[in-house]
Design a binder for this molecule. Structure first.
Ligand SMILES: Cc1cc2nc3c(=O)[nH]c(=O)nc-3n(C[C@H](O)[C@H](O)[C@H](O)COP(=O)(O)OP(=O)(O)OC[C@H]3O[C@@H](n4cnc5c(N)ncnc54)[C@H](O)[C@@H]3O)c2cc1C
Length: 494
């Protein structure tokens, strides 16, 4: 962090000598949990009490509802977050929606500071004709469906044989991989039963991923790109005319190892494909294909009877600086579904300024600003809602460190809670009839999902049957019921 971003901690106000600093964090995704962890561990000579709220009974945000189910290593990051919340010094309140169940005025009564860590769950827009047609989807909606998000429908239309995915980032790869993989190969993961059944019935044969610029400009990461070649019975198909490198691309390949690795991977795949063609082995190998196209900019989605039946692109060329410009050549692909994976977008929060261009809360290093650019005392932001929906889970740690440093530097100016008693907020939630869940409730839901996995038929794999680690509970009411039953049992024991 720069000097500007690491302010010196302030002198401790008298209030916090007599009682803990009380902080509410809204959002129990990685950013919220890291902020809580960093604040509890910060060097200080006063106590802190942190309440972490999430609108779902399950914590972990996009690790649970974004990261693809066949990425168990990344999903495994929850183990570190679990340890933080399991220490017992941070209270978790699930099933509490900021803006519906609690508002800012109420939070101000019970907390000295509020940190918004609400992330992003919606798709960024792509304004091309035909985007509203039936069969045109946002990647985020599909991701929410395959990750068992409680707020999306349980069924997903999977009738297309040919599909276009627009975008050249990791989410586009996730979507393309999930669409092209055989459902049986996902059974070892935590996919909910309805997702398995939906994918199993899919007649897909060809998934086309389109990027606007060249192979050196992709926004993938090397591991995620290489992983494409690991899907059983799915061939990768590349197009030699897409392999264009301008001066800027050459410079980037030389200076950036990540780009060099990915261009190397793509080029090797192309060479292998051409060698197979030369040997006359170019015919059908796999029953499904995943095509990677570059230098294609979407122009229009074509439809008939209100449904997607094709997509038109303008071919691009690189302009020497790594940017793409149109060549005027139009190319059409017959597809029956289009997924736009052009980015996520954060949502506005009640009583907090919102920047509709970036989908973020306007802030200065995490200090929330009002419409005139002035700091709002006691309000902070971290994670994707602070910085925009880019970057990996690890990046939210740095975010949180910066935000917490500012909060600690602001101690003397925080608007003190008028009713800081820890029970006051539970009393408020009870009086409003909010069916909140606790950390113990999440532990019960977690154990319940693992028990469902153990009871399910083992997943068939090349190495033989493998027990399922977990089967996700999808319905919010069911999630809350499992959690609250455990909470009530704990309360009656107490
Ligand atoms: C499809 C996809 C795949 C990804 N794959 C990877 C990967 O493989 N590796 C990797 O490192 N990163 C990956 N990422 C990025 C990673 O998920 C993000 O960097 C990270 O989740 C951002 O953390 P966050 O806490 O800011 O937001 P989120 O994870 O979105 O968490 C925000 C939390 O706030 C809660 N919330 C929102 N609004 C309210 C409200 N009004 N009241 C109460 N609670 C609320 C939400 O329920 C959620 O739990 C992926 C992202 C996506 C979208």
């Amino acid at each position: 962090m720069t000097e500007k971003n690491t302010p010196a901690p302030a002198a401790v106000p008298a209030a916090f000598a007599a009682r803990p600093l009380r902080v509410a964090i809204i959002g129990a995704g990685p950013a919220g949990v890291y902020a809580a962890d960093i604040l509890t561990k910060a060097e200080r000579d006063f106590e802190v009490a942190i309440d972490l709220f999430d609108r779902y009974p399950a914590p972990y945000g996009l690790i649970r509802y974004g990261v693809a189910p066949d990425h168990p290593r990344i999903k495994g990051i929850v183990k570190a977050l679990h340890k933080v919340l399991d220490r017992g010094d941070i209270r978790f309140f699930g099933n509490v929606d900021y803006g519906t169940d609690l508002d800012l005025e109420e939070l101000r009564v019970h907390y000295d500071a509020v940190i918004f860590a609400t992330g992003a769950i919606n798709d960024a827009d792509l304004n091309i004709p035909g985007i509203e047609l039936q069969g045109s989807h946002g990647a985020a909606d599909f991701v929410s469906w395959f990750d068992g998000h409680p707020d999306v429908p349980r069924t997903w239309p999977l009738a297309a044989t040919e599909i276009a995915v627009i975008g050249n980032g990791n989410v586009a790869l996730d979507v393309a991989r999930m669409l092209s993989k055989h459902a049986e190969d996902l059974l070892v993961t935590e996919i909910p039963d309805n997702v398995y059944e939906g994918l199993r019935a899919s007649p897909v044969t060809d998934v086309h991923v389109f990027g606007r610029r060249g192979p050196a400009q992709v926004k993938f990461t090397p591991l995620e790109l290489r992983e494409l070649s690991h899907s059983r019975d799915v061939d990768i198909v590349l197009y030699p005319e897409d392999f264009e490198f301008d001066e800027a691309s050459d410079a980037l390949i030389k200076s950036n190892n990540q780009v060099k690795t990915m261009v190397g991977t793509l080029t090797n795949w192309l060479i292998e494909q051409e060698e197979r063609e030369e040997r006359g082995e170019a015919g059908e190998r796999a029953s499904r294909r995943l095509h990677l196209h570059f230098l294609h900019s979407p122009v229009e989605i074509a439809g008939a009877d209100g449904k997607v039946e094709g997509i038109r692109f303008e071919r691009q060329e690189l302009d020497g600086t790594g940017q793409a410009r149109g060549t005027g050549e139009l190319v059409d692909y017959p597809v029956q579904a289009v997924y736009r994976a052009v980015g996520y977008f954060g949502s506005a929060l009640q009583d907090v300024e919102y920047d509709g261009r970036t989908g973020t809360i306007p802030n200065d290093g995490g200090k929330v600003l009002d419409g005139s650019g002035t700091q709002v005392p006691g309000l902070y932001a971290t994670g994707w809602i602070k910085r925009g929906p880019v970057g990996l889970i690890g990046h939210t740690k740095g975010d949180a460190a910066e935000t917490i440093a500012h909060l600690l530097a602001d101690l003397a100016g925080l608007p003190l809670a008028t009713n800081p008693a820890p029970d006051a907020v539970t009393g408020l939630l009870d009086s409003k009839g909010v069916e909140y869940t606790s950390w113990e409730g999440w532990l019960a839901l977690d154990a319940h999902e693992q028990a469902l996995g153990a009871a399910a038929a083992p997943a068939p794999t090349r190495e033989g049957p493998v027990p399922r680690e977990r089967v996700k509970v999808v319905e919010r009411a069911q999630m809350a019921a499992v959690s609250r039953t455990a909470d009530e049992a704990a309360r009656s024991r107490a």
